[in-house]
Ligand binder design. Structure first.
Ligand SMILES: Nc1ccn([C@H]2C[C@H](O)[C@@H](COP(=O)(O)OP(=O)(O)OP(=O)(O)O)O2)c(=O)n1
Length: 244
């Protein structure tokens, strides 16, 4: 029984959706009176006001900035975002993160608890699409591959990678969210193939001068107009079928 023994408030999963907390807050399995900051590698009382205060401390802000830059510095050395995160943690001297034995999202975007794997899943805050564009531009330039990375070639490469994603799902029948029953190796392959799709998509958008982050918001606004929630509730029909 430590100093937390008499503390009665408990960790609340919904905090992981709050803008101020979501990037760093983690549950400490088996220790509900506590929350954990992955940037500062400290336990904090599971009390909302304490957590909000923690987020505003200079130390936390400094650690958050260090954490993001360490991930970006990894550049081409690591293959996935979470691998970079792990290396960044090591680089920053945060080995105690492992000691906490937290059920962090692993390299394939899944948690140890499979039945819960997709519930509350979130992406890491970095890298941004612009970070990915720059990393891929550097990768291609270093190999003198710009001569091959023309829009049509990138499109074909993108479609090829989509095919590789499809191959992983082929003959499996319907697959439930969280991919229950998938092996670690299958999950890793999926993470690789989806990343290939994203890399080619981002580069294709760059070569076609489409500002993807901006374009995606504009398209989502169009989608919302075409499919008003009140009108299409629970139905997956094409919008043309709703037109009067
Ligand atoms: N001319 C190339 C070749 C590769 N890549 C990069 C972008 C993709 O992320 C990845 C694709 O590599 P491969 O074509 O080797 O495809 P896979 O990694 O999927 O290998 P495999 O087809 O064996 O699964 O490498 C690239 O930018 N330009």
């Amino acid at each position: 029984m430590g100093k937390w023994a008499s503390y009665t408030k408990k960790y609340c999963k919904s905090w992981e959706k709050e803008a101020l907390l979501k990037d760093w807050i983690r549950r400490v399995p088996g220790d509900d009176p506590k929350a954990y900051c992955r940037f500062c590698k400290v336990g904090i009382r599971a009390h909302h006001a304490d957590l909000v205060n923690h987020a505003s401390t200079a130390k936390h802000k400094r650690n958050a900035a260090l954490f993001s830059s360490a991930i970006f510095d990894m550049g081409c050395q690591s293959t996935t975002i979470d691998e970079s995160t792990k290396i960044a943690e090591l680089k920053l001297g945060h080995q105690d993160a492992q000691k906490m034995a937290l059920k962090e999202t692993d390299v394939n975007g899944t948690t140890e608890n499979e039945k819960d794997a997709s519930e509350g899943f979130q992406f890491s805050a970095t890298p941004s699409l612009e970070d990915i564009r720059q990393l891929q531009a550097k990768f291609a330039a270093e190999r003198d591959w710009d001569q091959y990375h023309q829009p049509r070639n990138l499109l074909l490469a993108l479609v090829g990678e989509v095919g590789e994603v499809s191959e992983l799902f082929q003959w499996k029948g319907e697959v439930a969210p969280g991919l229950p029953g998938w092996t670690a190796s299958e999950r890793e392959s999926l993470a690789h193939e989806l990343s290939d799709v994203l890399i080619y998509l981002v580069e294709l958008a760059e070569k076609c001068c489409v500002d993807l982050p901006k374009a995606v918001l504009a398209k989502m606004a169009i989608n919302a107009c075409k499919y008003p929630a009140s009108r299409v509730q629970g139905s997956a029909k094409k919008y043309t079928e709703y037109q009067d």
